[in-house]
Design a protein around this ligand. Sequence first.
Ligand code: EPZ
Length: 430
Amino acid sequence: MSGEEDGGMVAAMERLIIEGGRSLEGSVEVHGAKNAALPLLAGTVLSAGDCVFDGVPQLVDVAVMLEILEQLGAQVRREGGTLTIAGGNVDRGEVSEGLVRRMRSSIFLMGPLLARLGRVVLSYPGGCAIGPRPIDLHLAGLAAMGARIHEDHGYIHARADRLVGAAIHLDFPSVGATENLMMAASLAHGTTWIRNAAREPELVDLANFLNAMGARVQGAGSDCVRVEGVRELGGVRHRPIPDRIEAGTLMAAAAITGGEVCLYRVRPEHLTAVTSKLREAGAAVEEAGDGLRLRGPDRPRATNLRTLPYPGFPTDLQPQMVALLSLAEGTSLVTENIFENRFGHVEELRRMGAQLATEGRGLTVQGVERLSGARVVATDLRSGAALVLAGLAAQGRTVVEGVDHVDRGYQALEETLARLGARIRRERLG
Ligand code: EPZ
């Protein structure tokens, strides 16, 4: 996957050209959250009615998920900012291998399809640029609910006449496993408890969506989620929560350029770990309603960082923070606790003059006074964002290749940044 879903997708060769050294100024609205939208879209498979969404971000990963839903038999309609999914006709329990390869999040369909159709065949989603990313917790949870699962030639086959409620303890608070099991349990017979559940806001958004369809999910956002199964779920209208990772990326962009930026349509309470780290790094952050204002420091201060499940500091913002800390006064220690291999940005940032040393899951960032523009390659979604940020602050021109990774999770990032005064443009090759 690209940070996220690094499939074998062949995108047009595109790159971003950045002339660095300009402070970001101004205000922008944050888009709907990718990591809320993907499970929400998968959840439409559970509904016998129409699901109408406002504000779903226009991202490559969302487009792939819509293609999968159509392949399963759903009708998908986009009109202006509204997206309607009629899942009433979903009758295929099989997603083609090509689509699973293009997006790892297709695993989210496993629980809903099994609950709705009683059968599912999915090719095994492989590892990705940020680590091996197993799905054992998803499968063990579904098996505890009565699914009969076997693997054959890289495909997972699962069957269940009707899933039954179960008490499930997750070894790790996996976001995707909690979401998958929550969806499956919504149509199961009886009550399911998911303990050591993930607590991410995107999962709470999914629970609210399911409950609006008629599900009975309680406790989402705590480490114990209780789901009482119902026979059928109906239609719903829903707007995904604002993207806290896009917001955090833009905050880091303002901070690294010493600029001043206002973000609208954010939920500051989802960003407290980020806000607090940015303040430690010397930024001034003010919260007001659904807005955030950040003023960057003249030079960032070093600070240590450990990624953790929510409400800890998000792994999806670690690379962007590393870009910022590369320019800090002093030495920072960064520990990546969620993914095994989320340091794809390190080597590329070094090309720009950053002084970084990795050891296992730890990274030492020895701050330098300046970065210089270079030709760099994004290997996954968030490392791509980190390189863009470094390019905004660097002296001279930076060329970021591998932009298809960035497009999976940011809607026209260069347009958002250009609106804030960045000199950045996309170049299509060939
Ligand atoms: C979600 O991935 C996000 N994706 C990721 O967003 C995010 O980085 C991650 O949560 C952590 O916050 C979506 O929401 C679509 P996990 P997910 O299951 O659900 C291990 C981005 O950049 N694990 O919480 O796949 C796993 O290997 C991205 O937008 C198992 O061991 O994450 C990892 O080390 C990328 N077995 C850890 O748990 C399992 O069955 C956390 O993974 C499942 C997970």
